[in-house]
Design a protein around this ligand. Structure first.
Ligand code: PAF
Length: 280
């Protein structure tokens, strides 16, 4: 695996490779890698001839300075992990490389940016679009791989690629979970042992919402149940629990047979904000 920090080196390397390489798979990350990320690398290796992974903690997608500061960073360990799974290129640029001048681009994703994560983290998806479009322009991948834990992010990235007319296929990969069901996330390592234990309630509630739907409960009843379960314990602070149309992400009022639905949650466990989702 080659580690590259400068854009010019990345471009020289990729331009040399491009003649022999039919397809480039790209896995953009913010580091603190876990098995979920490695499963994206595995998919890329399966589907493409060359796999590029980026590690860049993108400041423009954080609307909270403390969150950005405490975001876990462990580049050495990440590089070892990527090497061990056969990643070909690790691109680790500095903030100045990616943003030599302030990125003032404003993307318009319509209603998609006004819901859920968009509503609760203003500017977050604009920052994601800034960095992802910049990285896409540099790596020029054939396919890019994203985890489905960030359900709305996958939809935003698909919309971005469509808007910019980029010939890149976005592949959404399944959520990987810990033994107790907790969705793998770089943020999990910030949980204290007590919080980590408590966090397993989140995937459990997602499963229960699926069971409740099967039992014929209404959306209002499911929401009421989930909210009550979480307000019973002070360690949790629910940000949102929503049941949406799985294709449009619009808030669903009632279940109909010809639509598919997804439950999405954002909940603080202690001070750590976790997200999860499950198709119902
Ligand atoms: O999902 C993430 O880790 C980030 O939002 C991404 C896509 C790498 C952009 O910074």
């Amino acid at each position: 695996m080659i580690i590259i920090t400068k854009i010019v080196d990345l471009q020289v390397f990729l331009s040399k490779k491009i003649s022999q390489t039919k397809t480039i798979g790209f896995v953009p990350t913010m580091g603190a890698l876990h098995l979920g990320h490695l499963s994206l690398i595995a998919q890329s290796k399966k589907q493409c001839n060359l796999t590029v992974c980026s590690i860049f903690v993108n400041p423009t997608q954080f609307n909270d300075a403390t969150d950005l500061k405490k975001y876990p960073r462990m580049p050495k360990k990440d590089a070892e992990l990527l090497k061990s799974v056969g990643c070909d290129v690790l691109f680790m640029p500095t903030v100045n490389e990616i943003y030599p001048t302030k990125d003032t681009r404003q993307f318009n994703f319509g209603y998609l940016d006004t819901l859920l994560e968009g509503a609760n983290r203003p500017g977050h998806f604009n920052g994601v679009a800034q960095v992802v479009s910049r990285l896409f322009e540099l790596v020029k991948p054939t396919k890019a791989f994203f985890g489905s834990k960030d359900y709305q992010q996958v939809m935003i990235v698909k919309a971005l690629v469509k808007q910019l007319n980029l010939p890149i296929k976005i592949i959404a990969c399944p959520i990987l979970r810990e033994k107790d069901g907790l969705a793998m996330s770089s943020r999990n390592m910030l949980l204290s042992p007590t919080e980590r234990k408590a966090a397993k309630l989140i995937p459990l509630l997602m499963q229960q919402s699926k069971t409740l739907k099967k039992e014929g409960k209404t959306i209002a009843e499911i929401k009421h149940y989930i909210k009550t379960e979480l307000t019973n314990h002070t360690i949790y602070k629910l940000n949102y629990f929503a049941i949406c149309n799985a294709t449009t992400l619009k808030n669903a009022k009632k279940f109909t047979t010809n639509n598919t639905y997804v439950a999405l949650i954002a909940c603080y466990v202690g001070n750590i904000r976790l997200i999860d989702n499950l198709e119902l």
